[in-house]
Design a protein around this ligand. Structure first.
Ligand SMILES: *Cc1c(COP(=O)(O)O)cnc(C)c1O
Length: 219
């Protein structure tokens, strides 16, 4: 069996039922996505808008496309007709633009708020206070978006304790928000290097690239 199909099967057999695998296909050819699709997988993640659109156009239309990377406002319009979930909402102004484009396409777009949990300035994401503020008011302002959870990326470090603490902190915040916002159901955290820790800390959506498709040369 093909390596990619083998990996998909491995995750299918080993992930708990409540955990969704987003197979991150960035930089990989559409044929690799097709191989994973043929093995029964439907959720794929991309971080560049143009690459997602190109793959969307040639691949089966029941694929659920996840935008996982930083999203520029002026590019929302290209993915708004079809995107399944945007993981990387890091500002209210981006949410406003997603709402506008969702309305234009007569659909509701599901989103996650990306929270900054890493100690690196270079990682995107909003502070907890901003997420709380957005959640308390967005429904009237932006009726065509639905915030269904949170996303976080840990610090790029070998220090497993630090990674665990960052994920744990996000889970605590997620649980706190859920008491006021029961529609929050998705906690997207964990990549190839740290998804096991993330799941132990309560993740129910993992974004895995290299462990499904093999190493990337870039991206
Ligand atoms: C690339 C990427 C991933 C997957 O990374 P791997 O280490 O290959 O699993 C997950 N999340 C985001 C936001 C990414 O950009």
């Amino acid at each position: 069996m093909n390596r990619i199909a083998e990996n998909i099967n491995y995750f299918k057999e080993n992930l708990p039922q409540e955990v969704t695998l987003v197979a991150v296909s960035k930089t990989k050819p559409a044929e690799d996505v097709q191989t994973a699709y043929d093995a029964g997988h439907l959720d794929f993640g991309e971080n560049r808008v143009q690459e997602m659109v190109e793959k969307y156009e040639i691949l089966p239309k029941d694929i659920r496309w996840h935008q996982i990377g930083h999203l520029q406002k002026n590019k929302v319009k290209y993915i708004a007709p079809f995107v399944h979930l945007i993981h990387s909402v890091d500002s209210e102004s981006l949410l406003k633009e997603i709402n506008k484009q969702a309305l234009r396409n007569e659909r509701t777009i599901s989103c996650l708020l990306q929270i900054r949990i890493a100690d690196e300035e270079t990682k995107f994401g909003m502070e907890q206070e901003e997420a709380e503020k957005i959640l308390s008011t967005y429904q009237e302002k932006f009726p065509s978006v639905k915030i269904i959870g949170l996303m976080g990326m840990s610090t790029f470090t070998e220090d497993k304790t630090q990674i665990r603490n960052e994920f744990r902190g996000l889970k605590i915040f997620f649980d706190k928000l859920k008491t006021q916002n029961p529609e929050l159901q998705t906690l997207s955290m964990g990549m190839s290097g740290d998804y096991q820790i993330a799941m132990e800390e309560g993740s129910n959506m993992i974004r895995v690239g290299s462990s499904v498709f093999g190493n990337r040369n870039y991206g």
